[in-house]
Design a protein. Structure first.
Length: 266
């Protein structure tokens, strides 16, 4: 069950938002796509999810094309998104929000089993099943949004800025949950501005700048790369690699500038 994106191009009016994006998400992995606001991260997810129609390029999952399919058909294939900003239904209860996530399913026993799994994953939600979602804290609403997506029984879970606007302790909880669901067999594609947290949890990462992949490599390798530390982690500028050659642990994006990425031992 591999997700492959090849030469993906998306435009808004006359503005090209994605300029030939290429990325791969292997089954069982956590892959992160990092970049600044406006880089095209959310656009990438929306195109994969069927919410935006690509101008050009290929989106395949398990060897089958998904480009141009309606969003509900993509969900049926096991590709599910947790949207940016949580977007829970505020006037519905926690339980009702979770069950909406299973609206395409008819396996009652499986739904009950997954509801129990979500409640075990998020004990705070189990204590608030009849509470209106709009009265939850921001962190609890994010947990609810993740739980709702899990109720769709995803094979690939795509998460758009799950740490946005949350307190540091809540962010730590969210990333622990990301590890847990991945260990439970769900592949994760993670979109984040929080490069430090996302690269620490990721098996592999891509850096997106103004619609193009400029760098890719193992999560730890990217985390230790001076250019990433300067641009996304607030570190002072250090000596930049002078060679355009990419190491086996990371390689330059097809359409961007070339950085060398190497692994350092712990």
């Amino acid at each position: 069950m591999k997700l492959e994106i090849k030469d993906l191009r998306v435009s808004y009016g006359g503005i090209r938002a994605l300029k030939g994006v290429n990325l791969t998400v292997d089954e069982g992995s956590i892959v992160t796509l990092i970049g600044a606001n406006g880089a095209g991260k959310s656009t990438t997810l929306r195109a994969i999810s069927g919410l935006l129609k690509p101008e050009d390029g290929q989106i395949t999952y398990n060897g089958e094309s998904m480009a141009g399919l309606p969003a509900k058909e993509i969900v049926k294939r096991g590709v599910v998104m947790v949207p940016e900003g949580r977007r829970v239904f505020p006037d519905m209860t926690v339980r009702e929000n979770l069950l909406i996530g299973a609206y395409l399913r008819s396996d009652r026993a499986g739904i009950d089993k997954d509801l129990k799994y979500v409640m075990e994953l998020f004990p705070r939600l189990s204590e608030r099943t009849w509470q209106l979602a709009g009265t939850l804290s921001g962190g609890e609403q994010q947990m609810l949004a993740v739980g709702r997506a899990l109720m769709a029984k995803p094979k690939l879970l795509m998460m758009d800025e799950p740490s946005l606007g949350l307190a540091p302790l809540v962010v730590k909880d969210i990333f622990s949950i990301i590890r847990r669901v991945n260990q439970d067999g769900i592949t994760v594609l993670l979109i984040e501005q929080n490069a430090n947290a996302s690269l620490r949890v990721a098996d592999y990462g891509y850096v997106l700048e103004t619609g193009s992949i400029v760098l890719e490599g193992q999560g730890r390798a990217l985390l230790e790369n001076p250019s990433i530390q300067e641009a996304y982690l607030g570190h002072r500028k250090s000596a930049m690699p002078t060679s355009g050659k990419a190491s086996s642990e990371g390689r330059p994006g097809k359409h961007g500038r070339r950085y060398e990425v190497s692994m350092n031992s712990d």
